[in-house]
Design a protein around this ligand. Structure first.
Ligand SMILES: Nc1ncnc2c1ncn2[C@@H]1O[C@H](COP(=O)(O)OP(=O)(O)OP(=O)(O)O)[C@@H](O)[C@H]1O
Length: 259
């Protein structure tokens, strides 16, 4: 059974004066526990597709099923990690992390223990009583991910989560996030413009072309890279081959200023 099935999705935005086709005939599947990336130029429909998967937007045509259930309304058990951490500045890290569980009326001993394990995995033990402004950007992003994972989402969507961080922090966070998602056996979709990040973190990469957005090609990341941490994958001999292959495909789509 496919964990997530996207079947012949087509989406057109209609405005008073125009119609913009954001996605055309997009089909893909994601297996449980898999980490996939959506890579492509600005405007190729990545955000539109995430919104459709989350049930925030109804596609013009096509179907999405998550764990064999049709997605027809907002999915509450999808977690997000975004470019901004959206932590509440007036709450401590612990209060921020437990907020989602409290609001859902699901705070109990078991998921408190899960939260402690997550704090350990993400190297955040000791900062629970601090406020977000006392933490670095990377630490705040880690706290935001703990808050998301604490609610045990079925699927995690990572929408350019590292793009506002400095390069060193981004590399360290890639490793931490990847290890944590593997140890919690999470299924995840990463949206990124960064070929290296997509290769280092994913099992498969879907390369989108723009205008309208379509899947141009799917790349299976070599096993030796998948078995490595993202940092080690970037330094593996197989990395440059797959990087070149994806780069050439991107170039064949037409170079855009964004690249
Ligand atoms: N609400 C909207 N109304 C009209 N057109 C829209 C709307 N949202 C997106 N679009 C258009 O749909 C296309 C796909 O947009 P989308 O934001 O999904 O792309 P994207 O790949 O996420 O871009 P980026 O990488 O810049 O975030 C673009 O041409 C965009 O201008």
């Amino acid at each position: 059974m496919d964990f997530l099935k996207i079947d012949r999705i087509h989406h057109t935005y209609f405005t008073k004066t125009s119609a913009v086709t954001a996605l055309s005939d997009v089909s893909l599947t994601v297996e449980e526990g898999e980490f996939v990336s959506f890579l492509g130029p600005s405007g190729c429909g990545k955000t539109t597709l995430l919104s459709i998967i989350a049930g925030l937007l109804s596609p013009t045509e096509g179907d999405v099923t998550l764990k064999n259930q049709p997605v027809q309304s907002l999915q509450h058990d999808i977690g997000y990690m975004l470019q901004q951490d959206y932590l509440f500045p007036w709450k401590t890290i612990e209060e921020n992390i437990l907020l989602g569980l409290k609001v859902a009326g699901r705070l109990n001993e078991e998921n408190r223990e899960t939260t402690i394990r997550l704090l350990e995995e993400m190297g955040l033990v000791g900062v629970e009583s601090q406020f977000p402004k006392q933490l670095s950007g990377g630490m705040r992003q880690r706290a935001a991910l703990v808050r998301t994972l604490a609610t045990e989402p079925k699927l995690l969507m990572l929408d350019e989560p590292f793009s506002a961080l400095d390069y060193q922090t981004k590399l360290k966070l890639e490793d931490l996030v990847s290890n944590t998602l593997k140890s919690f056996k999470k299924t995840a979709i990463l949206v990124t413009h960064d070929i290296g990040e997509a290769i280092a973190m994913s099992d498969r990469v879907f390369l989108f072309s723009a205008g309208p957005g379509q899947i141009h090609k799917t790349f299976i990341i070599p096993k030796e890279l998948r078995d490595s941490t993202p940092f080690d994958a970037r330094n593996h001999p197989a990395y440059s081959d797959i990087f070149q292959t994806i780069w050439k495909e991107l170039e064949s789509l037409g170079t855009k200023d964004e690249y």
